[in-house]
Design a binder for this molecule. Structure first.
Ligand code: PLP
Length: 377
């Protein structure tokens, strides 16, 4: 279980990095960064062209507030490019500034003290947001293989992340069916974080919770452009609420729109134009190339660690590896950082001691430096 002290881990990591940079008179780019899962490529051409032409248009004519729920062109593009065959319409799509923004809006659908389930280990921001919005977080722990099964109790809401950060593993079709049955039987609303969906390349693993029958009555899917096409600095995402979904017999779509309108008034026109370009044939090709490239890097890193007789899991459906280590993960983190100038993330930051998370968002140079360091430790 993550304690208040562990929640201070990320500032602690930053302070450790600052100490190493100062001591060695280095800049962050000199370190081998296997820490944060972020883009390491410049903006694709189709995105920069879309931004330029949107700016040109704005310099010629007045463009003001748009629909709070998001531009119709973008919502229609999401229906046709991402959810082809799922029978969604633009009324069921809500554009946001990314998953962090979607989550904080959606958690406001629940009254104070609602019970919100979170996986453990998982992305730590969920717990922070649950507590910041005065809800109670209930941890659902993974088994020894780092797989998850529904709890026996009723919860008001359950946040699922698939593929999961930090384990890089996705739910199987069978596993997801169990969660959906449980949610429909117990009246629990699932918030399904699909930030890493573009990294799933096999056809058997679900890329969307809506591939499973029964999901439309119990789940909201959250998606982001951050990981798939490097929009982390741009901020764009969306969530999908099917017409069939009701919370305590209330129509959640109306409530969600009220919250978006009151809290954000919608997302920047320019960034939404970039989002439309990301879902064009050229943009979708970029998503495919970037995602397969990061997965390739991750697989090479995993193969290297396995060849060194290390125990490492993940890297199958998201560019993250969870590396099992001896002893304290914070100690191992310190050794790698101070003695080998390599940034990792201690597993305790995600709720699990005894592991380090390694990111596969790498270029060739970082990968080869990482492999030489990870041979000598
Ligand atoms: N969801 C997961 C599982 C993540 O790991 C991250 C970022 O690392 C996010 C969401 C953040 O997404 P966004 O940039 O859309 O807010």
């Amino acid at each position: 279980m993550m304690t208040k002290k562990d929640e201070l881990l990320f500032p602690w990591i930053e302070s450790q990095i600052a100490e190493v940079l100062l001591k060695n008179n280095l800049q962050k780019k000199d370190l081998i960064n296997l820490g944060i899962g972020d883009t390491c490529h410049s903006m694709p051409d189709c995105i920069s062209k879309a931004l330029h032409s949107a700016t040109n248009l704005m310099s010629k004519k007045a463009i003001g507030y748009g629909p709070e729920q998001g531009r119709i062109e973008l919502r229609e593009k999401i229906c046709s490019a991402v959810y082809q065959g799922f029978d969604f319409s633009k009324e069921e799509i809500f554009i946001t500034e990314g998953i962090a923004n979607s989550l904080s809006l959606l958690l406001d659908l629940f009254p104070d003290s609602s019970k919100i389930g979170v996986l453990s280990p998982t992305y730590p921001v969920y717990k922070t947001l649950i507590e910041a919005t005065r809800k109670i977080s209930i941890e659902v722990n993974a088994n020894d293989n780092l797989d998850f099964y529904p709890p026996s109790e009723h919860l008001d809401c359950m946040i699922l992340c698939s593929p999961n950060n930090p384990t890089g593993k996705a739910f199987s079709r069978e596993g997801l069916r169990e969660w959906i049955k449980w949610a429909n039987d117990t009246g629990t609303l699932i918030l399904y974080d699909g930030a890493y969906e573009s990294f799933i390349f096999d056809t058997e693993t679900p890329k969307s919770i809506f591939e499973i029958t029964g999901a439309k009555t119990c789940a909201i899917e959250l998606k982001s452009f951050s990981k798939s096409i490097g929009f982390s600095a741009m901020r764009l995402g969306y969530f999908v609420i099917a017409k069939e979904l009701f919370l305590n017999r209330r129509n959640i779509r109306e409530q969600a729109l009220t919250l978006i309108t009151a809290k954000t008034n919608g997302v920047s026109y320019l960034i939404q134009e970039a989002g439309i370009a990301a879902l064009s044939p050229e943009g979708l090709k970029e998503i495919h190339t970037l995602s397969s490239n990061y997965m390739e890097m991750t697989k090479k890193l995993k193969t290297h660690l396995l060849s060194q007789n290390q125990q490492v899991i993940g890297g199958t459906h998201a560019p993250y590896l969870f590396w099992k280590i001896e002893g304290s993960c914070k100690e191992k983190f310190r050794t790698l950082l101070h003695d080998h100038l390599t940034i990792t993330v201690p597993g305790i930051g995600f709720g699990r001691e005894g592991y380090l998370r390694l990111s596969g968002f790498l270029n060739d140079d970082t990968l080869s430096r990482a492999c030489s360091v990870l041979t000598s430790v």
